[in-house]
Design a protein around this ligand. Structure first.
Ligand code: SF4
Length: 873
């Protein structure tokens, strides 16, 4: 799709003047994409101000859109004004003036309401701070006080004045303060059932809340401005003044900054402030739903009574009055004594910017639960290189054999206990459930028996849903799973069965086990519900995998359902939204994203934008090293990854590079197996010790909890200047694994990574039945679509998928270096396959044409040396 740029000539809301050319290009492309209702893939490397540019362009478009809507209203009122009738013109002008005043008055009233909410919030916060301060001052220092009164404190009953339910880091509001606040919290005098207006909005999604938390500071940096007062201005002209644009009156004074109405969405787990409930429940969603009772029924204390909505509406205004991340939202809820989860839901219709994690955007039931309607809205998905794996994982359900047999046993016990009290309909559904569970259990056991003692590659089997139901036998295959699943959901019987079962177990258990039971996990039947729902997916895209997991003698069957195709769960988002933007630091290979997610979208609607880096070209050196010091071709295929000779040569190469690279050098291996094999051989041969003479050596830790420690020590080693007797260049060498703990989300700026070295290519194990199934699936799809659509020189869809998975992982590791405009580093790709056109085309575009394939290892050393000399290290 070619985009005719309809953007305004500038983006004055952008905080840096002037923006870099690539930032302007990105903003223009994004603006035009939204305007033309496109599906767009944007690749913008880290350090280029991607988030800021995305927000600025999207909000500028939103403002323009609002302006156009106002103009449209005015135009509709004016009607056909091409008249020579002076009286008629006069009437039209008067009407236009009235409509303009009304529109302005509405906006001003709304702004005033938000301003009041901001004031109220600030006052409450000030009071809370003052109270905390006073409390801290008056708390006696118990370490110095030896009076016996204090010793007796432990016998005092807990009073309301003590922060019994607040956990560390949360805002504690004492009852005294609450009484004061209550006066302020007195609901404003407003219409209970005021009309719920909605507006066009930007949904901004990222993978995690910590990534989303970085969006709001960027939003606050934008120079967004409100329209100036339009008194004495021509209405049409004044209405063209937009957020972030220059005043229509160039002589007018500076216009004030304005907040975008933003809301952060999270789950109950993140936002529920009912601490008592959180402590005792195992299923917060379900427990909360039970506290939404209307008249006389149980209702959560953080929800205003039905019919007294004004406090909730005030809280909604408070949310919209100033952007808050998820923690701030929870704090605000505690201070206002109102549920932030429902408050944020209430704020969605009037929000202009909604930030949310992937799962809330991508899962239909989550969207429905939150009342998210994507029709004609703009969806921006950041860090979108994760999108395909996340879509696949969201469609995956797992069921362990122990959960399966516990569920069956619980349902049977429940039926035998309540046999006489269950209605015939209940009994019928539960008996069908038993038939299904029993058949599935037998099927899993038979399969397990047939696999015991078999080689590892035969301990996994993939089948279609139809094949599974055939294996389960006639009785089970006739059951309508959707009907049972609906019954389980509507009757909430899963919780009742689990509750009864826990009670029975608790009766016989010792106190420690009782506590364990109370803490519990999700009722096992909920997992069954999810699995059954997956099996009702009748399309050809679903597969069930049986795997034998665990150590010999203790092996257990695990059942997994997964979709082979990521697009069905995304299709509705694409079809409903006005525009969808996928943005990431490295989105290459872009063709892969298009094939997997947008095959059903007309190609005219798809655009892509890949921007270069903001660094000067000579700040990045990319070398493909195809030959080792002995002159042989470098190719680290699977068999070479265990070959001591190849590993010894690799050690020599890295030792040479470590002598040249200053400060931090990160070496990524394609797998833990390869890295561990190399480590063992180098330890034996003394190569590890030799590395130590050049740089301090670190390895990626096996446990996630150790990552911080290793990174701290690595950074410290880089900061420490070499002594005369220490390594020549100093610095540190970090060995890591592509796609593991250090290859994503970490920032190795400046000296932390003056070189990133990639050893080999991380192709997935072709022996995996699940991977083979996915490859077969894409190949079949391609055949259905017609192979002739394949571009010249392009491999078949299965091979493309296989290569793309590998290159996605490589590209994330590559993105660790070069984090800002002044940064510089070399990127060394150790494998001749990087020089082939198909692999080369899948590297990030910002690497550009300057990639050099060295003729021999001598040239590699020479080029690298000259790169660092030019950097005057
Ligand atoms: S209404 Fe809100 S505070 Fe109350 S239980 Fe539900 S999520 Fe928690």
């Amino acid at each position: 799709m070619s985009l005719e740029l309809l953007t305004p000539s500038e983006f004055p809301a952008f905080p840096y003047d002037p923006p870099y050319a690539i930032q302007v290009d990105l903003m223009r492309h994004l603006y035009a994409s939204i305007e033309q209702k496109a599906v767009t893939i944007i690749e913008s490397p880290t350090g280029t101000g991607k988030t800021l540019s995305l927000l600025c362009a999207a909000l500028t478009w939103l403002t323009d859109e609002k302006d156009r809507a106002k103009k449209g209203k005015m135009k509709a009122v004016a009607g056909d004004s091409d008249s020579n009738d002076a009286a008629k013109d006069w009437v039209i002008q008067q009407t236009l003036e009235r409509v303009r005043r009304e529109l302005e008055a509405d906006e001003e009233a709304y702004e005033e309401r938000l301003a009041q909410a901001r004031k109220r919030e600030e006052t409450i916060r000030r009071m809370a701070r003052a109270r905390v301060h006073k409390k801290q001052k008056t708390v006696p220092d118990k370490s110095k006080d030896t009076s016996t009164d204090d010793d007796d404190d432990q016998f005092l009953p807990e009073t309301d004045d003590q922060p019994s339910s607040s956990t560390e880091g949360e805002v504690y509001i004492s009852p005294a303060l609450r009484a004061l606040m209550a006066k302020l919290e007195k609901p404003s005098d407003r219409q209970e059932n005021e009309e719920e207006t909605t507006c066009t909005k930007i949904f901004y999604a990222s993978r995690t809340h910590s990534q989303l938390a970085q969006v709001l500071p960027e939003l606050n940096r934008l120079k967004l401005r409100r329209p100036v007062s339009v008194t004495n201005h021509h209405p049409e002209h004044c209405l063209s003044v937009q957020l972030g644009k220059r005043s229509c009156n160039e002589d007018s004074e500076e216009v004030p900054l304005v907040n975008i109405r933003a809301v952060s969405l999270g789950s109950r787990k993140q936002l529920c402030i009912n601490d008592e409930l959180r402590k005792k429940t195992r299923d917060l969603d379900e427990a909360c739903r039970e506290l939404l009772g209307e008249k006389g029924e149980k209702r959560c204390q953080y929800l205003p009574p039905i019919g007294e909505e004004a406090r909730m509406l005030d809280f909604r205004d408070q949310i919209l009055a100033s952007p808050k991340d998820i923690e701030e939202l929870a704090d605000a809820g505690r201070m206002a004594h109102i549920c932030p989860y429902f408050g944020s839901r209430r704020a969605i219709p009037q929000a202009e910017l909604v930030t949310l994690p992937y799962n809330l955007l991508l899962q239909k039931n989550a969207r429905e639960a939150l009342g998210i309607i994507l029709k004609d809205q703009v969806v921006v998905i950041d860090e979108a290189h994760n999108l395909i794996p996340i879509l696949l994982s969201l469609s995956t359900t797992q069921l362990s054999f122990s959960v399966l047999s516990t569920s069956l046993q619980q349902v049977c016990t429940y039926i035998s206990k309540f046999r006489t009290r269950l209605s015939p309909a209940n009994m019928l559904h539960l008996k069908r459930l038993v038939v299904f569970l029993d058949a599935l259990k037998k099927c899993a056991l038979e399969w397990k028996d047939s696999k015991i003692g078999k080689p590892p590659n035969e301990k996994t089997e993939v089948m279609t849903v139809i094949e599974l139901t055939e294996r389960m036998g006639r009785k089970a295959s006739g059951i309508n799973l959707l009907e049972i699943e609906r019954y389980l959901k509507s009757s909430k019987v899963a919780r009742k069965i689990a509750g009864y079962s826990d009670k029975q177990t608790e009766k016989n258990a010792d106190p420690a086990a009782q506590r364990q039971i109370r803490k519990g996990i999700i009722p096992p039947l909920h997992t069954i519900e999810d699995f059954m729902l997956s099996l009702t997916n009748t399309n050809d895209d679903g597969r069930v995998t049986f795997s034998l997991i665990g150590s010999p003698g203790k092996e257990e069957v695990e059942l997994k359902y997964q979709l082979l195709n990521p697009s069905p769960n995304f299709m509705e988002v694409v079809d409903e939204a006005r525009a969808v933007i996928l943005a990431g630091g490295t989105m290459s290979p872009i063709s892969d994203v298009i094939n997997q997610l947008f095959a059903h979208v007309p190609s005219e609607r798809i655009t892509s934008f890949s921007c270069g880096h903001i660094i000067p070209e000579d700040n990045l050196q990319t070398l493909v090293v195809s030959k080792g010091p002995r002159g042989g071709e470098l190719e680290f295929k699977a068999e070479k990854q265990k070959d001591p000779i190849a590993i010894a040569e690799l050690g020599q190469i890295l030792l040479n590079l470590a002598s040249i690279v200053p400060s931090g050098m990160i070496v990524f291996f394609p797998s833990y197996n390869f890295l561990n094999a190399a480590k063992a051989i180098w330890l034996k041969s003394g190569m590890l010790e030799k590395f130590g003479t050049k740089k301090k050596v670190f390895f990626e830790p096996e446990e996630t909890v150790d990552v911080d420690k290793v990174l701290r020590e690595y950074a410290l080693a880089i900061q420490t200047l070499p002594t005369p007797t220490s390594a020549k260049k100093g610095g540190a060498l970090l060995f890591a694994v592509i796609g593991a703990k250090l290859s994503e989300g970490l920032n190795f700026a400046d000296d932390l990574a003056r070189s990133v070295i990639i050893v080999g290519l991380p192709f997935a194990n072709l022996g995996s039945p699940e991977l083979r199934e996915r490859m077969k699936y894409v190949k079949r799809l391609e055949e259905k679509r017609g192979i002739e659509k394949r571009e010249k020189g392009q491999k078949d869809a299965a091979t493309e998928l296989y290569e793309n998975m590998c290159m996605n992982a490589v590209n994330q590791s590559i993105g660790r270096a070069i984090r800002h405009r002044g940064d510089w580093a070399s990127l060394v790709l150790l494998d001749r396959r990087y020089a082939t056109s198909s692999i080369r085309s899948k590297l990030p575009k910002w690497i550009g044409s300057k990639m050099l394939v060295t003729e021999g290892f001598g040239q590699t050393v020479k080029e690298l040396g000259s790169f660092y000399r030019n950097k005057r290290v």
